[in-house]
Design a protein around this ligand. Structure first.
Ligand code: GTP
Ligand code: MG
Length: 330
């Protein structure tokens, strides 16, 4: 027998908290399972879904999907406007995490911001993973010294986390390497769905440890290898979109820095200039607040270019990858 908890349209919705997707009219257990499997696990996600996507995923008719979405919109805070003052207040809580290289920090306005996603993209060996490890070490140091005095969560999709490098970088900053390693929590993601799941679970770990830095290295590699060809592009983009929004939500709720890496693919349409395009298209581009393109230069040097920032000018900084970590590259 169906449980009698369904939402009644006449009720005062502000009284209703902790609604689950089963509370939506037209969503039975089987439909709810299918929705969850596809990442629609709360009412807000359904409220902002398209009827066609919902119908395709759950096997219900599009007309029924329209009704479910309409109900979800009533209960989700879709129309929940914030005043400029409230947003300013939240912005005041933004912390900045130093990269360890002054030039790069200056380029991005003093360091990586909490409540935002910062994406580093570039070809293999451009230093993305090295920067992630450096950020992990830096996040553990006190705020006065450019850190966040926090624990770190790393979602490692390529098995490139190296504690030995963390130890070297920690020593170079006069930190106790063992203490530093204890504050860095690493999860291997074996495929794209596992990666999404780990991002969803991040909140559970954040209840136990003060996580102010969440790293995904690499954001796109699983998606790129698992969803090949035009036929799977829409699904790939949809999953990436959900994943990015989970990450951003974590950053906002926990006032955390989200740092992700991304590969590039050669774009044959570009004949002049640099033909490297980041993977993930508009979805990644629009959700990442800061995008930094890393280019190889001579002798361990890398050129970091800030792209598409909402309020900072485009520009470049040179860094050097050393055994001690990331330093200014002049
Ligand atoms: P992919 O993940 O393959 O796309 O590359 P990536 O951008 O993550 O590159 P990664 O950060 O792994 O950079 C590798 C580069 O870092 C190497 O080519 C070295 O130049 C540099 N590097 C790594 N470890 C050391 C080290 O101990 N000492 C020095 N001097 N450089 C290092
Ligand atoms: Mg790497």
């Amino acid at each position: 027998m169906a449980k009698e908890k369904k939402i009644d349209d006449t009720e005062d919705l502000t009284e209703k908290k902790n609604l689950t997707i089963e509370d939506l009219p037209g969503v039975g257990e089987a439909t709810a399972d299918k929705l969850r499997e596809n990442g629609y696990d709360d009412i807000m996600q359904i409220a902002v879904a398209s009827p066609k996507d919902l119908a395709d995923i759950s096997g219900i008719a599009e007309g029924a999907a329209v009704k479910i979405i309409a109900a979800a919109r009533k209960y989700a805070d879709v129309g929940n406007f914030e005043t400029g003052e409230e947003i300013l207040q939240r912005r005041k809580e933004v912390l900045k995490l130093s990269t360890g290289a002054q030039g790069l920090d200056n380029l991005i306005g003093g360091g990586l911001e909490t409540q935002s996603i910062t994406e580093f993209f570039g070809e293999f060996g451009s230093g993305k993973t090295q920067i992630m490890l450096q950020l992990a070490v830096n996040a553990t140091i006190p705020k006065e010294q450019g850190g966040l005095d926090s624990d770190v969560l790393i979602i490692d999709t390529e098995n490139t986390f190296r504690p030995e490098r963390v130890i070297q970088m920690a020593r170079a900053r006069n930190l106790d390497p063992d203490e530093t390693l204890k504050r860095i929590h690493v999860a291997r993601a074996y495929n794209a769905h596992h990666q999404i799941l780990l991002a969803e679970k991040a909140a559970e770990i954040a209840k136990e440890f003060p996580i102010k830095l969440l790293i995904v290295d690499s954001l796109t590699s699983h998606f790129r290898s698992e969803y090949v060809g035009r036929g799977s592009l829409a699904e790939r983009q949809q999953l990436l979109n959900k994943h990015m929004h989970d990450l951003l939500k974590f950053g906002t709720i926990y006032n955390a820095v989200i740092a992700v890496t991304n590969q590039v693919s050669a774009n044959p349409a570009v004949f002049f200039g640099d033909p490297m395009t980041p993977i993930g298209g508009n979805i990644v581009g629009h959700t990442a607040t800061f995008r930094i393109y890393l280019r190889k230069a001579k002798a361990g040097k890398r050129i970091a270019r800030l792209i598409d920032s909402p309020y900072l000018p485009e520009g470049e900084a040179v860094i050097t990858l050393t055994e001690d970590g990331i330093i200014d590259g002049t």
